[in-house]
Write a protein that binds this ligand. Structure first.
Ligand code: ZN
Ligand code: ZN
Ligand code: ZN
Length: 375
């Protein structure tokens, strides 16, 4: 499920994005890109079909040619209303005709194609039968950085989504935790995100006590108790752009060990943030954060990558992970979210979305990273 496109973009913005994508495809030696409904299609055209069904909707981008959107005839009126519609040509097909041979007619019969990650197998397999001599690659593998560098309007929307998530945290920290179940606090977080303008909530993680030590834990029935560390990780889409932030709070006064672990994670998050600058690589950010945790003796308890990109989805390239040598470029947006997870006991994670500027990084989340004591 993707959000509809925000109104601030114009047909010219979508024309420029499609031209950039076709250029990137040509640079990568691809004959074209096939984009099914989902985040890539929204980003490229501003179009979200009324429903994603077995009827083929597909954007066909071929370097040097006009973009074409293949649509079922009954959905053509919807496609014509998309903000980006002036920037592409519609090719309608009616029930009983073959949309795959129509699509094949738009492409050269050989070369490689990038296909959006979320295209249905139903459609891709039929296209492969119609174009047996082409090769196919997932768009994220073929052009991982296609959506990675955000323009100023996108950055504004990401900053607004971050500010809304921050406002949700400022409210939740004042509410009662003791005696309430994780899923009740999670429901509060979801309501707050919506109240501050989110149209879609992607996750509300409430990991109390030992549940916080499992980074995959979402919410459960556990009753939150005095003495618990509670990992709060939440986000979604506001005006089509994502938020994702984590703060770890403590119910009542923390122990010395809990403070120490939280301090280490906070220092690691700071080190990761400070490593953000144009030309540094993604793995430099991971290494900077990880070094702080390793030096403090908690290396084996930091069990995930340091961050992921964010944009029209809440998880996308670039990934801040060892081995990712992609250089950082101004306009990239991603999380810096180190954590320490002590099995059976508690976890701590601190996460901000950060964007690369001309001379460093800028945080899009700005609530305190000191440990907050809640009731
Ligand atoms: Zn405690
Ligand atoms: Zn998160
Ligand atoms: Zn995240």
């Amino acid at each position: 499920m993707t959000d509809s496109a925000p109104a601030i973009f114009t047909a010219d913005d979508y024309r420029a994005r499609m031209a950039r994508a076709a250029g990137a495809a040509a640079d990568a030696g691809l004959a074209g890109l096939l984009v099914a409904p989902g985040p890539d299609l929204v980003w490229l055209t501003g179009y979200t079909p009324p429903a994603v069904t077995e009827r083929l909707t597909l954007l066909v981008l071929v370097p040097g040619r006009e973009p074409v959107l293949v649509v079922p005839a009954l959905e053509a009126p919807d496609a014509e209303r998309a903000v980006g519609a002036p920037a592409f040509t519609l090719r309608e097909w009616t029930d009983g005709t073959d949309p795959y041979s129509l699509t094949a007619g738009l492409l050269d019969p050989e070369g490689g194609l990038g296909v959006s990650d979320n295209a249905w197998a139903l459609h891709l397999l039929a296209l492969q039968r119609a174009l047996p001599d082409l090769s196919y690659a997932a768009l994220t593998d073929a052009l991982p950085m296609l959506r990675a560098v955000k323009d100023p309007a996108e950055l504004e929307l990401l900053a607004a989504a971050g500010a809304a998530a921050d406002a949700a945290f400022e409210e939740i920290r004042g509410l009662l935790f003791t005696g309430r179940r994780e899923h009740e606090v999670g429901r509060d977080l979801a309501e707050l995100l919506r109240r501050f303008g989110h149209s879609q909530v992607d996750f509300t993680i409430v990991g109390s006590g030992p549940n916080g030590a499992n980074p995959h834990h979402e919410v459960g029935d556990r009753i939150i108790q005095r003495g618990d560390m509670v990992v709060l990780d939440f986000g979604g889409l506001k005006d089509g752009y994502g938020s994702d932030t984590t703060r770890t709070v403590h119910v009542g006064e923390p122990t010395e060990e809990e403070r120490r672990v939280h301090d280490v994670v906070r220092a690691a998050q700071e080190a990761g943030f400070r490593a953000v600058r144009p030309g540094a690589t993604c793995q430099d950010v991971d290494r900077a954060a990880r070094a702080v945790i390793e030096d403090a003796g908690y290396g084996p308890y930091f069990i995930h990558r340091t961050g992921h990109g964010i944009g029209v989805t809440t998880h996308e390239p670039p990934y801040m992970i060892e081995g990712e040598e992609q250089p950082l470029v101004p306009g990239m947006c991603f999380s810096v979210e180190p954590g320490i997870y002590l099995p059976g006991r508690f976890g701590v994670r601190i996460e901000d979305i950060v964007t690369v500027t001309e001379d460093g990084g800028r945080r899009l989340n700005n609530t305190t990273r000191e440990m907050v004591v809640v009731d």
